[in-house]
Design a protein around this ligand. Structure first.
Ligand code: SAH
Ligand code: SF4
Length: 387
């Protein structure tokens, strides 16, 4: 056995401080620790989050020697993108990122033209973990198992990547007034790989960083955390000063059905989950979105719709159901027919439960999270597909 271990470049890299993981006050404290002036932190923060630079060398109002010291001791990304796919209509872009330790994660940018009263949006779907520990049967990430939590900086870096892309080439689409190309990120959803509330501390830290007025300045109301239903963490979230949106992956209206596709239901059954949601609504006064992946013949019958209506109608206008026809993975589930979806929604309407259906998008680039990595690993080689 070889007992001599050389520090790898990865280990050397990890010894550097990841500045993307620090809030501005923390960055100031770090600068002071390094014997630098605290006000330099604010300059660096602005370079990273407002000017979106990826290299200390570009921070031209810092003395050259300081830029060098920073490059020696700290890192600000950028991330390594192994593959980038754009859907044919360019409304969905997906990247596969290789982390320092070789783990692969995915992030997606979704672009929406203005619709009715809502203005155009550029939403980043962010990963919070490499892999996931919760094993939902319809989810490609769930079938990989859990690798590790992402650092706050690794979450922030995903958003910055797409922010730079849009800054460089603002998105113009049919239906978008010529004067208003989207050149910045308007929303973040924690709906990529992993369970964000399992990585609670780092996720909240990343959101605080991206919310900072001195930096990226994205409003908390433009951020959504989606959870499999970790009850204690939902309760904790209800006490946070940051007013982010909460989405619950419900996906079934009874314990019997939910436990079959979502193993977490055995630990936190529906009664406890709904009670935590009720307390969350009471504490925050905010609406909760319930995601419901429609699996043909499994959870999409009129009976299921009636049960779901009965479950959620007590929450009145504070519950909204987002119906999501399943994206097909190796598991073999099928999305319902448009007719079945219409019937399902009509029954929810009869119960007075507000609902919408997520338009399918990006299917040509494997939009459901975990699918790109799965395909990539199956191919076992880098291949960039240009649609
Ligand atoms: N772990 C968190 C967030 C990541 S998953 C959660 O489960 O909520 C984001 C959303 O995508 C969840 O609602 C999840 O259930 C859904 N999802 C997973 N696999 C899917 C698939 N094959 N098709 C459609 N949605 C899927
Ligand atoms: Fe994990 Fe969410 Fe996928 Fe379930 S749906 S396995 S919690 S990522």
């Amino acid at each position: 056995m070889n007992t001599i271990t050389q520090p790898s470049t990865t280990q050397q890299h990890q010894q550097k401080t990841d500045l993307l993981s620090l809030t501005l006050p923390e960055m100031k404290a770090w600068f002071v620790e390094q014997g630098e002036e605290a006000y330099r932190a604010k300059q660096v923060y602005s370079w990273i989050y407002q000017r979106l630079v990826t290299d200390f060398e570009e921070m031209t109002n810092l003395p050259k020697a300081l830029r060098q010291r920073l490059a020696d001791k700290a890192s600000i990304g950028p991330i390594v993108v192994r593959s980038e796919l754009h859907s044919k209509d360019d409304r969905t872009r997906k990247i596969l990122i290789e982390l320092e330790d070789g783990k692969l994660i995915e992030s997606v940018l979704m672009l929406y033209p203005p619709l009715g009263e809502s203005s155009a949006r550029a939403t980043v779907c962010v990963s919070s973990q490499a892999g996931c520990a919760y094993g939902c049967t319809f989810c490609a990430t769930g079938q990989m198992g859990f690798d590790r939590h992402l650092r706050a900086g690794e979450i922030v870096a995903q958003v910055l990547f797409f922010a730079r892309e849009l800054r460089k080439a603002p998105w113009k689409a049919a239906g978008l007034p010529a004067s208003a190309p989207i050149d910045h990120i308007t929303n973040i959803v924690l709906m990529g790989m992993g369970e964000p509330l399992h990585n609670y501390k780092n996720v909240l830290q990343a959101l605080r960083i991206l919310n900072s007025k001195d930096g990226f300045n994205l409003g908390a109301r433009h951020m959504t955390v989606s959870t499999v239903g970790l009850v204690p963490a939902i309760r904790k979230l209800s006490q946070e000063p940051l007013q982010i949106n909460l989405a619950i992956s419900l996906h079934a209206p009874s314990d019997e059905a939910r436990s079959q596709t979502m193993p977490i239901n055995r630990k936190y059954p529906l009664r406890e989950l709904l009670s935590a949601c009720q307390d969350y609504i009471q504490a925050t006064g905010r609406q909760v979105t319930f995601e419901y992946v429609l699996l043909s013949g499994v959870n999409d019958t009129p009976d299921h719709a009636n049960q779901l209506g009965e479950l959620l109608s007590p929450l009145h206008q504070f519950a909204h159901v987002n119906c999501i026809p399943v994206n097909q993975t190796a598991a073999g589930y099928r999305p319902p027919t448009p007719d079945a979806i219409r019937t399902f929604r009509a029954i929810l309407n009869q119960h007075g439960v507000s609902n919408s259906v997520r338009a399918e998008r990006g299917d040509d680039i494997a939009a459901a999270c975990g699918q790109l990595r799965t395909r990539f690993e199956q191919r076992k080689q880098l291949s960039v597909i240009n649609n």
